[in-house]
Each structure stands twice: as structure tokens, then as C-alpha cells.
Design a binder for this molecule. Structure first.
Ligand SMILES: *Cc1c(COP(=O)(O)O)cnc(C)c1O
Length: 408
């Protein structure tokens, strides 16, 4: 299980070259060309297998080509795939009903990508601010957290503090105030009569799986209620079982006013995102005010319904929680041995690499050579978010590979 991947075959090199020539360079992929995937394993063009510990940034919670999800998609491909919402389709209602029930909410607004769902939440919060709360026209503000990642649209990057995300892409939309993540008092201090919402990731994924101090989410909930401000939880990466609970907010028994969902909602097959809220919030959006050509399409709805059904019994979440505890115990052994800190929530971990060992990218490259796929973030951190269907023995093997890499 420890093949040398350091020399790519000509076929792979040619594929990478053609990408380099004709694909814009907005990513810097690791040098591996994937051709197949099944469960937690992917295979490259030369037939080498890798354990996928990234699972498309948590979009593959059920692994690659889960038979039940492929069946739902295949069945729908044989019927109808796209209707636009100029007409009804026979899949959207069932999907929305199931998702609303999973969230304990009344309404679902379906979109495609995560960033679009965040934009939808922002529009909804502003409209709610003007039409329900009575904020003067164009004065609504939204409080966000430092270190946030909510997507790549021009409005969303405007309140990021990552220079790579922002620099040379301005001017940015006004109306956002950023405060330190994990500090509820800072949120309260930033709220005034024109604040429509607080938008946070309950656990910051892209920032390196940053888990806020215990009690933070409950405090944010209380502050939002007290000041008549909407609490928006961007659970695009943290939700749908990743953190060992249906939503990361469940870890503190907190119910936000709006859930923003994406990534795993599409089962790793189609882009599917959604905003989920009650009638008094999402009901402010009127026909013609918001939409998407592909949002709510029957193919995505059929897959999304199956995803929600797979989460409905709670078994996946319980298993993820147990597996996460197992992972945490294994990773804890690495602290002080090439790892400076770990943060684990469910089957999701940020592992800070000791600079003496190398950068996150270098560790990711060495793991690749040992058949393990991970992605670095923030320079010194590697994030792992394997499919929730991974076995404990597979996780152990991966941690073993990391141990070898850290030992140099
Ligand atoms: C990935 C992500 C997004 C953006 O989703 P896209 O589908 O890439 O647009 C937004 N918020 C969070 C927390 C994410 O992890």
C-alpha cells in the first residue's frame, strides 16, 4: 500500500500539460490525475489508488458514487432533468419537504452552488430587514466573522479578509462589519438598529477547521434574538453530518434563523445548495425577486431528496461522531511529533504542521506519494474531511501514512 507516485506516466503528464495550457490557473492542483472513484477510494489514470481524505471539501460525505445516490440520479436521468422554475416539476416539492423537515423549518429556497446560497441568504436578510424589521432603505448591515469563507462572488469576497480572495477584485459591496470569530461580545458590540443579520460558519472550515469556544453559538443565538437580528449559519461545509451532528449548530443545541447548505447536499453528483428558514423569514421573497435557471431542477432535487433521506435516521451522524472521537485520539498522538496542534469536529480535522517538517503543501505532496489525498489550507494546515462512510481501519492507515511523512 505504499507505492511510489513520484514519477508520473507520460499519459498523466500530457493531461496535466493540456490543463495547464487551456485551463485558467485559478487552482494549483496536486500532481495526480483522477479517473475513477468508488466509496472512499479514487484511482488515477495509471490505475494507482488513493484514499480520498478531502472528499471535494466535504461535498462527498457519502463517498464517490454511492449506489443509492447513483440510482436516484440514474432513475431521474431517464425521466426529466431540467424544467426551469417557470413550471413545476414533480421532484422539487418532495425534496423541499424532506429538507425542511430535516432542518425543522418551513421553507426551502433551492440554488446550485454554495456561494449562490450565501448570496440568497444575504438578499433574504436584507429584505427581511426592510420589510419586517423596518430598517431604512439601503441601510441594512450584516455582521460577519474574521477568517470567514463564504464563497467567491464579488459581494462575498468583499467581507473576506484573505488577500488572495480580495486583492484586485474590488470595489466591494458595503454593508458588512467583521468581528473576531469566537467572540460573541464583539458581535453584540457591532450590532446596531440597522443590523439585519449575523452570518457565521459554526465551525470555520477553510480557515483550518476552527472550532469556536464552547458556548459561542448559544451566545450568538441569544444576542440575535435579543436584538431582533437574524442568525444565519453557513453550514455548507459543516452541515449534513460532517461535524458528527446533522448541523454543527446542533453541537450547542442552537437553531439559527437561516441554514445555508450546499456541498454534500448534491451527493457529490450535482451542484445543489439551499437556504432553509421559516415562513416569517424566507417568506419575504416574492415571485420575480430572486431565482436561478438551474435552481430546484428535478435531477438535483431527486439526488438531494435521497441525501436527506440518508441523513434522516441520524445513524450517519452517530457514526461520524464515534469515528471522529477515534480520529481525534489517533491525531492527538502526533502532537509534538511534527504536528503543533489539531482541531477535530466529527470526521473533520485541521492539522497544523510544524514548519520544521515543511509546509502544508509539502506534507500534502508527500502524502500523495503514499496514496493519501489531502489539501493544505492557510499555509501550515492540512484539512481532512474524508467521506463519512470511511472505515476506522482506513482512517488508521491514513494516520499511519501521515506519521511516516512527518518523520521525514
Ligand atoms: C465551500 C463553501 C462555500 C462556497 O460554496 P461553493 O459551492 O464553492 O460556491 C461557502 N461557504 C462555506 C462555509 C464553504 O465551505
Amino acid at each position: 500500500m505504499t507505492p511510489s507516485h513520484s514519477h508520473l506516466a507520460t499519459a498523466a503528464i500530457q493531461i496535466i500539460r493540456s490543463e495547464d495550457e487551456h485551463v485558467a490557473r485559478n487552482y494549483h492542483p496536486l500532481p495526480v490525475v483522477l479517473a475513477r472513484g468508488e466509496g472512499v477510494w479514487v484511482t488515477d489514470v495509471e490505475g494507482k489508488r488513493y484514499l480520498d481524505l478531502l472528499s471535494a471539501y466535504s461535498a462527498l460525505n457519502f463517498g464517490h458514487r454511492h449506489p443509492s445516490l447513483v440510482a436516484a440520479a440514474t432513475e431521474q436521468l431517464g425521466r426529466i432533468t431540467l424544467t426551469s422554475r417557470a413550471f413545476h416539476n414533480d421532484q422539487l416539492g418532495a425534496f423541499a419537504t424532506a429538507l425542511a423537515e430535516l432542518c425543522g423549518k418551513q421553507l426551502v429556497l433551492p440554488m446550485n452552488t454554495g456561494a449562490e446560497a450565501v448570496e440568497t441568504a444575504i438578499k433574504t436578510a436584507r429584505a427581511w430587514g426592510y420589510r419586517v424589521k423596518g430598517i431604512p432603505a439601503d441601510a441594512a448591515t450584516i455582521v460577519v466573522a474574521h477568517g470567514n469563507f463564504h464563497g467567491r462572488t464579488t459581494t462575498v469576497i468583499g467581507f473576506s479578509d484573505d488577500p488572495d480572495a480580495r486583492d484586485d477584485f474590488g470595489p466591494f459591496a458595503p454593508g458588512f462589519a467583521a468581528v473576531p470569530f469566537g467572540d460573541a461580545a464583539a458581535i453584540e458590540a457591532a450590532i446596531d438598529e440597522n443590523t439585519a443579520a449575523v452570518l457565521i460558519e459554526p465551525i470555520q472550515g477553510e480557515a483550518g477547521v476552527i472550532v469556536p469556544p464552547e458556548g459561542y453559538l448559544r451566545a450568538v443565538r441569544e444576542i440575535c434574538t435579543k436584538h431582533d437580528v437574524l442568525m444565519i449559519a453557513d453550514e455548507i461545509q459543516s452541515g449534513l453530518g460532517r461535524a458528527g451532528t446533522t448541523f454543527a449548530c446542533d453541537r450547542e443545541d442552537v437553531v439559527p434563523d437561516m441554514y445555508v447548505l450546499g456541498k454534500a447536499l448534491g451527493g457529490g453528483i450535482v451542484p445543489l445548495s439551499a437556504v432553509v428558514a421559516d415562513e416569517d423569514v424566507l417568506g419575504v421573497i416574492r415571485p420575480g425577486e430572486h431565482g436561478s435557471t438551474f435552481g430546484g431542477n428535478p435531477l438535483a432535487a431527486a439526488v438531494g431528496l435521497r441525501v436527506v433521506e440518508m441523513l434522516a435516521s441520524g445513524e450517519v451522524q452517530v457514526r461520524a461522531q464515534a469515528l471522529g472521537e477515534h480520529l481525534e485520539a489517533k491525531l492527538a498522538e502526533l502532537v509534538g511529533h511534527g504536528v503543533t496542534a489539531i482541531r477535530v469536529a466529527g470526521v473533520w480535522a485541521g492539522i497544523d504542521i510544524d514548519p520544521a517538517v515543511g509546509t502544508g503543501r509539502e506534507v500534502a505532496e508527500r502524502l500523495l506519494a503514499r496514496g493519501v489525498l489531502v489539501k493544505d489550507t492557510q499555509g501550515q494546515t492540512i484539512r481532512i474531511a474524508p467521506p463519512l462512510v470511511i472505515r476506522a481501519t482506513e482512517l488508521d492507515w491514513a494516520v499511519e501514512q501521515l506519521k511516516v511523512v512527518l518523520a521525514g
